[in-house]
Design a protein around this ligand. Structure first.
Ligand code: MN
Length: 324
């Protein structure tokens, strides 16, 4: 058990006493952020009927997750009163919510706060912290908390939680897919999680603009002497394909597929910011360390950074004399 029984009971006491509960996640939410927020909030609604539960994210959930129940409720800061409870999900530090400057009261001692996350960099900013770096997703931690407290899932809740388990493991394919992940997934399937709906929406659906953007990513791959498979996407590529920034998610796995490479990198430029997304399949390469050189971070096998600037292609021409 990665969560202690004592901490789980502390959370239960906080939930019991709470007048209102707000579940919130990081901005630009991914499947784990959306799934863990909805799953946690719906568990609370099931366990404490009549207690108002709210959801908040600074950005709307991507269309991909419109299959999830209650996803339309993830917006707008509700009116909270001192002593209400906030559960932060999949959020390593306050600034990831995008609300730390506009709504600092969410993070001072105005409310009782609980923090459920699997990022090793989590700053433990809440009153009660469930930080489990070994967990592949925040949804996995929500399931463990529910199991310890004897909370029963239903099909809607299990579907939300399975979504995060799938997306954060790349469809149970990444190296973070532990035996525990499979056991947790099995429990969610038994609870009626709609697996095929998730697979169809998340892994078998891509907008035309996404496919066109990925086409450019693949076309631009170059291999470096250092063993990197590198691609780049400019603001012009986004404009020409009509793709949103978030549509780049997932393309890196194809760049990372080139055999024999040490790492892969996609550079993308948008509004004066260059983002880098790094992956490796190798145990002897630490891409988090590479990302930290550009003030970024992440995990050993998946990391990223973001620096101000624009991308300029470097073209090298060589004159070749005709052979006689
Ligand atoms: Mn996550």
């Amino acid at each position: 058990m990665a969560i202690s029984f004592q901490d789980a009971r502390k959370a239960q006491t906080i939930f019991e006493k709470a007048q209102r509960i707000l579940c919130m996640c990081h901005r630009n939410p991914d499947g784990d952020a959306v799934g863990s927020s909805l799953g946690m909030g719906m568990l609370l609604e099931k366990m404490y009927p009549g207690k108002p539960v709210f959801f908040l994210c600074e950005d709307p959930a991507p269309d991909t997750f419109s299959i999830l129940p209650n996803v339309q409720r993830m917006q707008g800061l509700p009116e909270l009163k001192g002593g209400d409870t906030i559960v932060f999900l999949d959020c390593a530090e306050p600034k990831q919510t995008g609300l730390h400057e506009t709504h600092p009261q969410l993070f001072d001692k105005t409310y009782l706060t609980i923090n459920i996350d699997h990022h090793p960099t989590n700053t433990r900013f809440a009153d009660l912290n469930f930080i489990v770096p070994d967990a592949a997703s925040s949804c996995e931690i929500v399931v463990e908390l529910a199991d310890i407290l004897g909370w029963k899932m239903n099909s809607d809740i299990a579907t939300c939680l399975l979504t995060g388990m799938y997306t954060d493991t790349g469809g149970l394919l990444h190296s973070n897919t532990t035996a525990k992940v499979y056991r947790t997934v099995a429990g969610l399937l038994r609870a009626g999680a709609r697996r095929q709906a998730i697979v169809a929406a998340v892994f078998r659906t891509a907008k035309l603009s996404t496919l066109r953007l990925w086409g450019r990513v693949l076309e631009h791959i170059t291999l470096t002497k250092e063993g990197g498979a590198i691609s780049a996407i400019t603001q012009g590529d986004f404009r020409a394909t009509g793709a949103e920034y978030s549509e780049l998610t997932g393309a890196i796995d194809y760049v990372n597929a080139v055999p024999g490479m040490r790492f892969s990198l996609i550079l993308s430029e948008r509004d004066g910011i260059v983002k880098g997304s790094l992956r490796t399949l190798r145990d002897d390469v630490d891409v988090a360390k590479m990302a930290s050189k550009f003030s970024g971070g992440g995990h050993r096998k998946a990391a990223g950074f973001s620096v101000p600037g624009t991308l300029q292609p470097e073209v090298r021409w060589k004159v070749v004399e005709p052979s006689k």
